[in-house]
Design a protein around this ligand. Structure first.
Ligand SMILES: Nc1ncnc2c1ncn2[C@@H]1O[C@H](COP(=O)(O)OP(=O)(O)OP(=O)(O)O)[C@@H](O)[C@H]1O
Ligand SMILES: [Mg+2]
Length: 401
């Protein structure tokens, strides 16, 4: 195998005099992973060059492996979002090109080299979309939203991982109505607790399965630093469509850990209607951006109360979600009314999204549908596999007389 040049050396242009910090562009682009090849587009040599203007506009050329690659729109969207998550970047213009045969061979060499050198750092497969649900302050409904979203996605037939990253204040086991102790499999990996939902499945990991709610506090210093690490590395998650992460309030450390271990994590910010809450939530968003995590959108929770007669009462004011999404330049994915059934069902361990007749379940279904089709669509694995091309080429090579 011949040595391939470091793709970064090949950049024709680099950061101009703009405000964008050194290295920020490449750091952000490393969050864009080609789901088929399992490496980021920088390592794959797919970034041919970029230029940043003083006004913060990034012109970038991305080379795809083959013409007509069905992953094109996904890679374009992900590249754009990753770059826009740098606060100083105002606009992104992507030129899409295609690799020459030589470039493709170099890419395949790199893929083989990386695969032989570094085993995957986590048990989360490359095609799994990872979504962290965060907020600026506690009690806005992160856990309720994460749990019900996981259920809504699973009801649609998907396999969803649900990671309760709230190590001290875990609430997912209670809300999901699951109990039990985590066990290991013969490969010495922890097996998540499973709950079937419709034709889908939710696989859950929480400190709640390791410690009783009362004794969790004792685990603090001992576990906190290592817990997220272990939950990503030592859990046999299997093939997940989505991994949802219920973030603790005050998310600094956990976000940083996620950015390091799973830089492709996307963040959904939950906020409540008052405009004051919007300010707090935007702090969580800027934390995500500081870690170059992509902001996928905003969900407003505890929106107006709708009474039995259909009358709407904006109990906590209104407009926070819309304003926050405008401020951040990301979509408002949905708004969940305040409704006693959310709290009751959470306490009973039967998430409201399980009951298709409940109007709140419909809201979660709509949010789930928007996520799977538009916000963070599932990864197509059938597409322009450079690996497939490589195998065909190898086969032809072998077939030569
Ligand atoms: N849309 C809603 N309507 C009514 N009650 C709700 C709604 N969303 C959440 N709640 C209730 O509000 C409380 C806080 O919700 P939850 O625990 O999901 O918030 P959180 O942001 O995860 O909190 P923490 O920061 O403590 O982890 C819970 O009692 C929950 O049942
Ligand atoms: Mg919570």
């Amino acid at each position: 195998m011949h040595e391939t040049p470091d793709p970064v050396d090949g950049f024709q242009d680099s950061v101009g005099q703009g405000q964008v910090p050194d290295g920020a562009i490449l750091d952000a682009l490393r969050g864009v992973v080609d789901p088929e090849l399992g490496l980021d587009i920088v390592d794959l040599g797919m970034v041919r060059g970029y230029h940043v203007t003083d006004s913060g506009k990034v012109d970038i050329e991305v080379a795809l492996t083959v013409v007509g690659c069905p992953l094109r729109s996904q890679i374009e969207t992900d590249t754009k979002s990753a770059l826009l998550s740098i606060p100083q970047v105002t606009e992104v213009d992507i030129q899409v090109g295609y690799m020459s045969q030589d470039e493709r061979s170099a890419l395949m060499d790199r893929v083989r080299l990386r695969t032989s050198q570094s085993p995957p750092a986590t048990q989360i497969g490359d095609r799994t979309r990872v979504i962290a649900v965060a907020s600026g302050k506690g009690g806005v409904g992160k856990s309720s939203v994460t749990v019900n979203l996981a259920v809504a996605l699973a009801r649609g037939g998907l396999t969803v991982g649900l990671l309760d990253a709230d190590i001290w204040g875990f609430s997912v086991p209670r809300m999901m109505g699951v109990d039990g102790e985590l066990r290991g499999n013969p490969d010495r990996k922890i097996v998540p607790i499973e709950r079937s939902v419709g034709t889908g499945m939710v696989k859950i990991i929480s400190m709640g399965f390791l410690a009783s709610e009362d004794s969790a506090i004792m685990w603090r210093g001992l576990m906190l630093a290592k817990a997220l690490d272990q939950f990503l590395k030592d859990v046999a998650w299997g093939d997940l469509d989505y991994l949802l992460i219920d973030m603790p309030p005050g998310t600094g450390d956990v976000q940083m850990g996620l950015a390091k271990m799973l830089p492709r994590t996307e963040v959904i910010i939950v906020t409540t209607p008052p405009v004051a809450a919007q300010k707090v939530a935007s702090r969580a968003a800027s934390m995500a951006r500081k870690n170059y995590l992509r902001l996928a959108g905003v969900i407003e929770n505890m929106t107006a109360f709708v009474c039995d007669h259909g009358e709407t009462y904006p109990l906590f004011g209104s407009g926070g979600g819309v304003r926050l999404s405008q401020e951040l330049g990301v979509p408002l994915i949905g708004a969940i009314p305040i409704d006693g059934s959310v709290a009751r069902s959470g306490d009973l361990g039967t998430p409201v999204a399980l009951d298709p007749k409940n109007p709140i379940a419909l809201v979660f279904d709509q949010i789930a549908a928007r996520i799977t089709t538009e916000i963070s669509p599932m990864r197509e694995m059938s597409g322009c596999s450079a690996r497939m091309i490589d195998r065909v080429e190898q086969a032809l090579e072998h077939a030569k007389p």
